[in-house]
Structures are given as C-alpha cells and as structure tokens.
Design a protein around this ligand. Structure first.
Ligand SMILES: NC(=O)c1ccc[n+]([C@@H]2O[C@H](COP(=O)([O-])OP(=O)(O)OC[C@H]3O[C@@H](n4cnc5c(N)ncnc54)[C@H](OP(=O)(O)O)[C@@H]3O)[C@@H](O)[C@H]2O)c1
Length: 438
C-alpha cells in the first residue's frame, strides 16, 4: 500500500478476536477507508502477549512491541488502538501513556472506560488528544455516537438496553425450548456463546459497565460503577418465563439509566418487558438500546453487540473519525463540566413487581399473603393461584401496582417467615418503556 505523508499511522495492542478483525478491515478495505477518511489509514506496529501465535493474518509488515505501552512512544505512530481488555493493567497504562503524549487513543474496553472514563477524558482534553470508545458498548451498534452526536440536541429521559448477547441468548433459548438456565448455559459454553467463566456476563457485571458508560453520555456525568447495583440471570426459572408470557411479558436482562425527580437511577436486573415493546422482540445474541429523549421521542437501536466483525466495525468507525479530525469531548461534555448527580439507591426504586410464591395448598394462605402485602404497604394489581407446583404445594403469582422497592423487600421478608410459604419467594421487576422528560 502507498503511504502518503498524511496517513494516519496506527499502533494496535491486542490481536485477539477484535484486534484480528480490525487488521482485516484495515487491510481489506483500505481504499474505502481512505476515501471516507480523506487520508490513508495504515498500521505501523502491533503488540500482543505471544508473538509466535498463528493468528491467520500476516503481521510481517508491522513492527512488533513486546510491551504494548511502547507503542505510544513510537515516532511513526499517531494513534493507538487498545484491544487487550481489563479495567487496569496494560490497558490503563497504555491509555495514560498515549493520551499523555497527546496521541489519539481508541479502545473497545468497557471495563476501562467504566472505571477510568472521566480521568482519561480529562487527560485527553488537556493534551488535545482524541479518545474514542464506540465498541465498548453494544459492539456494532453505534449507540455511543447516537448519544454523543445524533441526540446532542435532546434532553434524555431514560434508556433501556439489552447489552449482553450471552444473557439474551440464554433467556431466548430458555423461553423457546423450555430449558433450565444451567442446561442452556452449558450448551452456550459448548457453542462458544458463553465464556468458560461466564460470571461477568451472567451476573450482570458486563451490562453494568456498559450501563455506566451510557448513563455518563446520556446525563453528562462521570461513569460510576458504584452507582449501578446489578443482578444477573442465574435465578431465572422456566416457570417464571412461562408466567411472564401468560401475563403479557418477556424476561430480559436490562441495563437501565433514567432521570427522575429524585435523581439518577442506574440499575441492571432481569425485568419483565411488555411483549409488544421493542426490547421484547430482540432475541438470541442481539443487543438493543431504547432511548427516550425530548424532543426526538423514542429511538431504537439494534444489532450485534459482540463478535469479530461487529466490534471491529465500531473500532474502525472511531479510527475514521480521528483521521477526519473530528473532535469534541469524549463524554459529550467537557470533563470539567461532568456532573455528580444524586443517585437513587436500590431500595428507593419505584416500580411494579412480579412475585411468585410456592405455598401450602390450604385455606388461609391467600389471606396471609394479602395481609403481608398490606402490612408492607404494597398494593396488588393481579393475584393468581395456580395448580400443583412440581415440588409440592401450589404457586401463587402476583403483580403489584407502583411500589417502593423497600416495601416489596419488607413483604418478601414477611413471606419468608410464614410456615405456609415453602421456599424463598421469587421477585422480578416489571418495566414499561423509558419515558421522555416531562
Ligand atoms: N470479543 C468481542 O466480541 C468484544 C465485544 C466488545 C468489546 N470487546 C472488548 O474488546 C477488547 C478485546 O477483546 P477480545 O475479545 O478481542 O479479547 P481476546 O480475544 O482475549 O484478545 C486479547 C488480546 O490481548 C492480548 N493481550 C493480553 N494481555 C496482554 C498484555 N499484557 N500485553 C499485550 N497484549 C496482551 C492477547 O494476546 P495473545 O493473543 O498473544 O494472547 C490478545 O491478542 C476487550 O476490552 C473486550 O472487552 C470485545
């Protein structure tokens, strides 16, 4: 490839799934990228852990750095792309070194941006260095660009996201095939949809990282993982998926960020969403984000949130922006103007709830349950008693009107103390759609 003096010269750290995909895009679509960027984009140096690994790509034209941080110091590297991963360690060291030198930094690393986004943005702004992280949330879906640029003339009321393909794949198969969580997880691991250690995905931590980043962009605050309590999908049972469907809902793991009169609420939990809502239609490994904003109203973004092609596509878009000279504060507002919003604690959450109890099949049990709810101050929207549960007793399934989470927690505690309640009750939150600001 001819390299012109104005080429944007890259150093790429990390040559795994995403790094390999990026090298392929840059090599295979060089002319297209150059036409769009207005200058050529070339790779000058790369780094990974094991130099000799066969990656199915020819790395011989590029310089090699054993230590990824050395990429930042190379005179013929203008921009560094970090595709290693991890919230600290080499990824953070490389970000600091690159931005500290006033060079552009692109990453797909949600853990890094969720933990250090505000300080890295400040460093980038101080040194006039672009910092981009489109691939960090929802892979191939340009949702960061949507929040930072496309919706810049709006006030965001709230956003809901299906941000983890592994969880969505598991929930979809549980529903479609009536399988238990453990069985689908084992199959997902066999098929490569879930990691050998799936904790980050199924316990909601990955979704929490992404939610913290989206909340920062939507509401002009620093990403704050501590403000995102998270629950995963391990406890979702097929019976709850069936009852959700009977009640007109589907269960999805949601990342939620919304502004209320009391402050900013950021949460991750499995929730029942109405069957007719956009998020309920998103199946398999797909991701989606619904954003409600004023004056635009509701916008919906859907696509693949992971994988070589979709993720590398988002990284390539960031690189093209840098080659074009597009700037602006990485988090949408200058780092010095990021706000520290009042964060609504978990127990103050107001919403609707589903509860399932396995109880003895005898007179008086329903009265105990309704008395517990009344004592906690929770009002019932619907109450169903179902035939025999698999493991003895019967199921009582109820949904509430709007209630405060602390009151629902109190009701659940009361239920656990009842002799007639045969196992710890299940609670799942019921969501509508994000609301545009009043
Ligand atoms: N995979 C996806 O679908 C996806 C989607 C969205 C975002 N992301 C993000 O993209 C980033 C990369 O993910 P990935 O899936 O491509 O990871 P991966 O396949 O595990 O690749 C990681 C790469 O980093 C290299 N590496 C690890 N430690 C290193 C060190 N100390 N020094 C130099 N290189 C080191 C590895 O080298 P070796 O190859 O020599 O071991 C490997 O090439 C992560 O931040 C991830 O969260 C990934």
């Amino acid at each position: 490839m001819t390299e012109t003096p104005s080429s944007l010269r890259l150093g790429i750290a990390g040559l795994g799934t995403v790094g390999r995909g990026l090298v392929r895009i840059i090599e295979d679509m060089a002319d297209l990228l150059s036409a769009r960027a207005g200058r050529r984009i070339v790779i000058r140096a790369v780094s990974a852990r094991t130099r000799k690994r066969d990656r199915g790509i020819d790395l011989s034209p590029y310089a090699w750095c054993d230590n990824p941080v050395d990429l930042a110091a190379l005179d013929d590297v203008d921009a560094v792309v970090e595709l290693i991963g991890g919230g600290d360690g080499p990824a953070l060291a490389l970000a600091r070194e690159t931005l500290g030198r006033g060079k552009a930094f692109v990453t797909a690393n949600k853990a890094l941006i969720a933990a250090h986004g505000a300080t890295l943005a400040a460093l980038a702004e101080k040194n006039g260095a672009p910092l981009r992280f489109e691939a960090a949330v929802a892979g191939g879906i340009p949702v960061i660009k949507a929040l930072r640029e496309g919706l810049a003339g709006n006030r965001v009321g709230g956003l809901y996201g299906i941000l983890n393909g592994t969880c969505n794949y598991i929930l979809t198969r549980m529903e479609e095939e009536g399988l238990a969580f453990d069985d689908v997880l084992a199959d997902a691991q066999r098929l490569g949809y879930a990691e050998a250690d799936p904790t980050f995905d199924i316990d909601g931590i990955d979704t929490a990282h992404k939610t913290a980043i989206l909340a920062a962009l939507a509401f002009g605050c620093a990403p704050d993982m501590d403000a995102v309590p998270c629950e995963g999908i391990r406890s979702i049972a097929p019976v709850d998926i069936d009852y959700a469907s009977e009640l007109g809902y589907r269960i999805k793991l949601l990342g939620i960020a919304r502004k209320t009169a009391k402050g900013l609420e950021t949460r991750v939990y499995p929730a029942m969403v109405p069957l007719a809502s956009p998020l309920a239609q998103v199946g398999g490994a797909l991701n989606a984000v619904v954003i409600a904003a004023d004056p635009v109203g509701q916008t919906v973004y859907e696509g693949f949130g992971a994988g070589e092609g979709p993720t590398a596509s988002a990284v390539a878009a960031d690189i093209i922006d840098i080659a074009r000279g597009l700037g602006g504060p990485p988090l949408g507002v200058p780092a010095a103007r990021l706000e520290t919003p009042v964060s609504i604690p978990r127990e103050a959450h107001e919403g609707r709830f589903y509860m399932r109890l396995r109880v003895e099949d005898r007179p008086g049990v329903m009265a105990d349950i309704t008395a517990g709810l009344a004592r906690a101050g929770v009002s019932i929207e619907s109450l169903l008693q179902r035939g025999a549960a698999l493991n003895g007793g019967v199921y009582v399934v109820l949904t509430t009107h709007m209630a405060v989470e602390a009151a629902v927690a109190e009701a659940l505690t009361l239920f656990r103390q009842l002799d007639s309640v045969l196992e710890s009750p299940t609670m799942i939150r019921v969501e509508g759609e994000p609301e545009t600001p009043a």
